[in-house]
Design a protein around this ligand. Structure first.
Ligand SMILES: NC(=O)c1ccc[n+]([C@@H]2O[C@H](COP(=O)([O-])OP(=O)(O)OC[C@H]3O[C@@H](n4cnc5c(N)ncnc54)[C@H](OP(=O)(O)O)[C@@H]3O)[C@@H](O)[C@H]2O)c1
Length: 332
């Protein structure tokens, strides 16, 4: 496993991180969840990503149990706040009240005294940015949070936060967590240039497009048994990748991966790691063998001719429009 700097901060992260959205507390049983975490640890993964909202708060509990007893200094625990964790109007968003309450609940569920990275899961259009940034800064000063980050914020939203933090002397954002993979490149034109300038690293999610880039979903066939797309708890978001034109083109990537001595999943993870703006790729897994396969993408170098072949094959199916990054206009 290779390790990278998280943006311009002093924190090192494993360039492949393990995340538990959809899986822990939902799609997979506790023993499989623990086996995936153990496989990640055995492979040198030190960085673990979750969120208060995953599996109705159960995902943090599962991860907390799986990591319990490990040397705390040897791992980095990342979680997030924004999406609803309860029925009330203050159980969501980035108000001072919800940030403080959700942070304390996450600390309890994760069984830890501090979070290495606390991320605003979306931009909250109903809370003044200064209020959210001050609340995050207070958590940092209290030692409950070491670094702060955002997720799926637009370039102008990140820029506004950097400016306010600079003016008020508040702790600055060190990371952004966007979706990024061979098919979804919407951060390349605006978010990445701004973040590079501001020293903000990308910790990218769904590097294999939730499984769509593994080649296991075949054009014209139903999803294979046991896959995310076949599971009613799978969230449904994967469907946008399971179109005939996308799956046809993904199938054409198979020989490209084979020529490079990689599986399709490894090629997909290696592809996001070629971008120096990326601090880590967060992989998900429903079983430990997937972790063991995908972590082998760490350290792989892809040559420019191969990258060009990928672009030529995926062609019009690649999404690049920065406007596709969006947070809800109102709190959910
Ligand atoms: N900030 C955000 O808004 C946000 C949103 C989404 C995710 N995330 C973060 O990113 C993490 C990863 O997201 P993700 O789970 O969508 O990532 P992903 O790595 O693109 O997809 C993981 C899924 O693909 C399948 N898979 C993985 N390796 C495979 C292999 N070698 N062969 C066949 N199938 C394989 C598994 O599903 P099946 O076996 O069930 O098919 C696995 O659960 C999340 O856990 C979370 O931490 C953040």
């Amino acid at each position: 496993m290779e390790y990278r700097q998280l943006g311009r901060s002093g924190l090192k992260v494993s360039e492949i991180a393990y995340g538990n959205w959809i899986t822990h507390g939902s799609q997979v049983e506790e023993d499989a969840a623990r086996a995936c975490v153990q496989a990640a640890l055995d492979s040198g993964v030190t960085t673990f990503d979750t969120a208060d909202v995953y599996a109705g708060t159960r995902a943090e509990q599962v991860l907390g149990r799986a990591l319990h007893g490990l040397r705390r200094e040897s791992i980095e625990i990342f979680t997030k706040v924004y999406w609803p964790t309860g029925p009330g109007p203050n159980d969501r968003g980035l108000s001072r009240k919800h940030i403080m309450e959700s942070a304390h609940a996450s600390l309890r569920r994760l069984q830890t005294d501090y979070l290495d990275l606390y991320q605003a899961h979306r931009y909250d259009h109903e809370t003044p940015l200064e209020e959210s940034l001050r609340a995050f800064d207070d958590l940092v000063r209290q030692g409950k949070v070491l670094y702060i980050g955002v997720s799926e914020w637009r370039a102008e939203e990140i820029g506004a936060a950097v400016k306010i933090a600079g003016e008020l002397g508040l702790d600055r954002i060190v990371s952004n967590q966007p979706q990024y993979n061979m098919l979804w490149r919407v951060i390349e034109s605006e978010v990445i240039p701004l973040c590079q300038e501001a020293g903000i690293g990308q910790i990218v999610w769904s590097p294999i497009a939730q499984g769509a880039l593994t080649g296991k979903y075949l054009p014209g066939d139903g999803p294979p048994a046991g896959s995310r797309a076949a599971d009613p708890r799978g969230g449904g978001d994967i469907q946008e990748y399971l179109t005939g034109p996308i799956l046809d083109r993904v199938a054409r990537l198979r020989p490209v991966a084979a020529d490079a001595g990689l599986s399709l999943a490894q090629l997909a993870v290696a592809w996001v790691l070629q971008n120096p703006a990326v601090s880590a790729a967060i992989i998900g897994a429903s079983r430990p063998e997937q972790v063991r396969e995908n972590v082998r993408a760490s350290g792989v170098r892809l040559d420019p001719a191969l990258l060009q072949q990928i672009d030529d094959i995926l062609g019009p199916e690649i999404r690049r429009d920065p406007a596709l990054t969006a947070s809800p206009a109102h709190r959910p």
